[in-house]
Each structure stands twice: as structure tokens, then as C-alpha cells.
Design a protein around this ligand. Structure first.
Ligand code: 5GP
Length: 210
């Protein structure tokens, strides 16, 4: 039977919800199944981040050129910076049968869903708002000003959660990673994603008819 194309999966969640850590674990455990898209951004690298690993770091001019050249599946502004998903890698990996994960914020998620309606949308939250603030402060990578902007942004994003297909609570990391993996795995069994297999089966059955 022909190998199905992979599923496009969007993972969003408040800044500090632990999406990055979940994605890292998921990729380590199931690198044969998933491809994680690396976004382009105009935000400055954080300490320890490397160009081409966490992000492709771009100037505003470079980013705007990528937009003009149609190189992005989607892009959005988040707390003063551009973030966008390079198209070529996503298309290549889906064709190769991998489930491609985009870890992006909500505006981008909605644009992807509009363009590719069978995208699976997952939203990750920490167990409480208090915990979210603690994680953002504890991470120590942002100034208090930026943390406050990110918390304000979380409040706006909370209004959009109903647009997502699944909510995952990141309390115990391993459990959360297993849940995300199960959700994506089960999505492969959805009837609407198996129409060509169903049609093949129908045709074979027809050939038995006398
Ligand atoms: P951070 O600066 O913490 O790495 O990311 C800030 C926000 O931008 C996060 O919610 C992250 O998921 C989102 N983000 C990262 N890459 C992209 C992208 O390519 N497109 C969109 N729309 N959002 C992104």
C-alpha cells in the first residue's frame, strides 16, 4: 500500500508552557516519525541558542524579503518580532511521510488551519496561571518587562483555545509527551485521512463480484 503523507501538526501554548521541552523530548523519542520545523524570527538569540537549531535568526529586512518571495507557510508578529514557518522543509517532510510539527503561536496556527484544513491543532497549558508566571520568571531568560508582555499575550491567547482540536496540560513532562504522541498517532486512524486506502479496498472488493 502507498505510504500516506504525514500529518501537519501545530502545537501552540502560552510562552512558558514548556512546549519547547515537550518538542525536544518528542523528537528524541520518535525521531523516525516526526520532523520539527525550524522557524525564522527577527528576535535576538537567547543565551545558548544557535542559528539554524532553535531558529533561523534574521534581520527585519531579510525576513520581509522571505515574505515577499513567498518562502513562508505563515508568519505573525509576536511581542514586537516577526516569526514565520519556512515552506520548503514542511512540504518535503510531509511528502516523505513524516508528521511535521510547527511550534507556533495562535495567529499563525489559525492561518495554517485556514490554508490546510486537515491540520491537527494542539494547545499546551501549564496546570495553572500561577505556575505559568513561576516558569517564566524561573527561566531567567527575559526581563520583567518582556515577561509582563508575554503574560498579557497569554491572556489574549486564552480566548482562542476553542479553535484547537486538543488541550494538553503540561504538569508531568513525561506524561505530557506521551499524551501528545498518542493524540498524533490516533489521528492517523481517522477515516477522513484514509480515503485512498478505503477506495482501494472498495475496488478490490468490486473485483470479487461475479
Ligand atoms: P519564543 O520567542 O519564546 O521562542 O517564541 C514566541 C512565540 O512565537 C511562541 O509562542 C512560539 O510558539 C511562536 N513562534 C515560534 N515560531 C513561530 C512561527 O514560525 N510562526 C508563528 N506564527 N509563531 C511562532
Amino acid at each position: 500500500m502507498q505510504k500516506n503523507k504525514g500529518i501537519l501538526v501545530v502545537v501552540s501554548g502560552f510562552s512558558g508552557a514548556g512546549k519547547g521541552t515537550i518538542m525536544k523530548e518528542l523528537m528524541q523519542k520518535h525521531s523516525d516519525q516526526y520532523a520539527l520545523s525550524i522557524s525564522a524570527t527577527t528576535r535576538a538569540p537567547r543565551c545558548g541558542e544557535t542559528d539554524g537549531v532553535e531558529y533561523f535568526f534574521k534581520s527585519r529586512e531579510e525576513f520581509e524579503q522571505m515574505i515577499a518571495d513567498g518562502e513562508l507557510v505563515e508568519y505573525a508578529q509576536y511581542v514586537g518580532n516577526y516569526y514565520g514557518t519556512p515552506r520548503a522543509y514542511v512540504e518535503e517532510q510531509l511528502e516523505a511521510g513524516k508528521d511535521v510539527i510547527l511550534e507556533i503561536e495562535i495567529q499563525g496556527a489559525l492561518k495554517v488551519k485556514e490554508r490546510f484544513p486537515d491540520t491537527l491543532l494542539l494547545f499546551v497549558t501549564p496546570p495553572s496561571a500561577e505556575e505559568l508566571k513561576n516558569r517564566l520568571v524561573g527561566r531567567g531568560t527575559e526581563t520583567m518587562d518582556v515577561i509582563e508582555s508575554r503574560l498579557a499575550r497569554a491572556m489574549d491567547e486564552a480566548d482562542g483555545i476553542e479553535a484547537y482540536d486538543y488541550l494538553v496540560i503540561n504538569d508531568v513532562l513525561d506524561a505530557c509527551v506521551a499524551e501528545v504522541h498518542e493524540i498524533i498517532k490516533n489521528e492517523h486512524y481517522r477515516v477522513s485521512r484514509n480515503l485512498s486506502a478505503i477506495n482501494n479496498m472498495r475496488n478490490e472488493l468490486k473485483s470479487f463480484k461475479r
